[in-house]
Design a protein around this ligand. Structure first.
Ligand code: EPU
Length: 337
């Protein structure tokens, strides 16, 4: 297995950054992953493992091996009266997997329709939308230990899933390659329409009987109406996480900014970062080809020729102004390379 040299990554990241990789190779199963891990290009330095490239901002060329995860396949592993277990290659496109579930009337991932990226990136940051998170349908995963060159299984509790968090982003960062994920889906779906926008959209669609297909369609409509399509405008979804503040800090903010959008989160409050950013005047901002989306201030966009550094610098300016106005520190959700 010989990695290619000086390979353009433009088509491999949803921000559309035209950077190059010193070496590039893809792996399609466990054996080719293991073979790649034995090459000198891999061993020279810790490789960058790439999935859908939808949560990543490149600010420079990658001076090492980029290993592209293309492990595919959806295998039905049976189940019981209530659940079916699907064993899915980490390189499958997330939305294709969701569509497979919808076609088979398996419930659990319909609220997660149209999230860009690959299946393997799902557990990495516990993707979530419209009241559902990946952890709600997760059973276990298999991952390759980069240094030890062996495969291990992680059960749900071992992944330490949190809000856009897992052990793979923290303690085990850059140590494992997720190869396959097993999901546990409901044969008799239970619907989650707690997120107000879904109810409204279903009503607009004239849906009276809930199905996984109807919810998926509603989610797709909502996402298309406010999130830019990465195939048209470069972006990586929410650029920042919604920050969590203590109840006392929230009370002070609420007095000063009665309109602030928030959700209770245990004893604390989660704030809508989009609202904070919009209220600092950034929504629709554009400088050169770097900007803040006009319909969702949490999403930074590349109108074509922006460099990663320009998007990054814009994000730093946003962090400072939110800090200055609200005293709240936003955290980037997107991985910066
Ligand atoms: N809002 C504004 N201005 C904005 C954007 C939002 O005032 O420009 C306020 C509105 O009141 C809106 C509320 O914030 O009702 C919430 O906005 P939205 O429903 O768009 O959700 P979000 O909290 O901004 C999160 C996730 C999204 C996910 C949606 C729906 C994070 C960081 N983002 O966004 O996930 O699709 O909820 O569940 O948690 C992603 O992670 O890439 C992503 C797109």
């Amino acid at each position: 297995m010989k990695p290619e040299e000086n390979y353009s990554l433009r088509g491999y990241n949803t921000f559309g950054m035209d950077v190059s990789a010193r070496y590039f190779a893809k792996f399609t199963n466990e054996d080719t992953l293991d073979a790649l891990a034995r090459t000198k290009e891999w061993q020279e330095s810790n490789p960058l493992i790439l999935g859908g490239g939808s949560n990543l901002l490149f600010t420079k060329d990658v001076d090492k091996l980029v290993a592209y995860n293309q492990i595919k396949g959806i295998e039905n592993r049976g189940g019981d009266d209530e659940y079916v277990y699907l064993h899915v290659g980490a390189g499958e496109v997330w939305h294709d997997f969701v569509m497979y579930c919808i076609a088979n009337n398996y419930g659990g991932v319909e609220n997660l329709s149209l999230i860009p990226g690959s299946v393997g990136a799902g557990p990495m940051q516990n993707i979530g939308a419209y009241g559902v998170e990946l952890k709600d349908v997760f059973h276990e995963l298999e991952a390759y230990h980069i240094e030890g060159r062996y495969f291990v299984k992680f059960r749900a509790h071992e992944c330490h899933f949190g809000y856009r968090e897992s052990v793979f982003k923290n303690k085990f960062r850059n140590q494992f390659v997720i190869s396959r994920v097993t999901f546990k889906l409901r044969k008799q779906p239970k619907f989650n329409t707690t997120y107000g926008a879904i109810e409204k959209e279903l009503e607009k669609m004239g849906v009276h009987e809930l199905t996984v297909k109807a919810i998926s369609d509603a989610v797709i409509n909502i996402r298309r109406s406010k999130l830019p399509d990465p195939a048209k405008i470069g972006n990586a979804g929410s650029f920042f996480k919604n920050p969590v503040v203590s109840a006392s800090q929230f009370e002070i903010l609420k007095l000063k900014f009665p309109e602030i959008v928030s959700y209770p989160s245990g004893d604390d409050y989660k704030l809508a970062a989009g609202w904070l950013i919009e209220n600092c005047g950034w929504k629709g901002f554009r400088e050169g080809d770097a900007g803040v989306h006009k319909d969702q201030a949490l999403v930074l966009v590349n109108y074509g020729g922006a460099k990663g550094k320009e998007i990054f610098d814009l994000s730093t300016r946003i962090l400072s102004s939110v800090h200055e106005k609200f005293g709240v520190d936003l955290e980037r959700e997107v991985n910066i390379y």
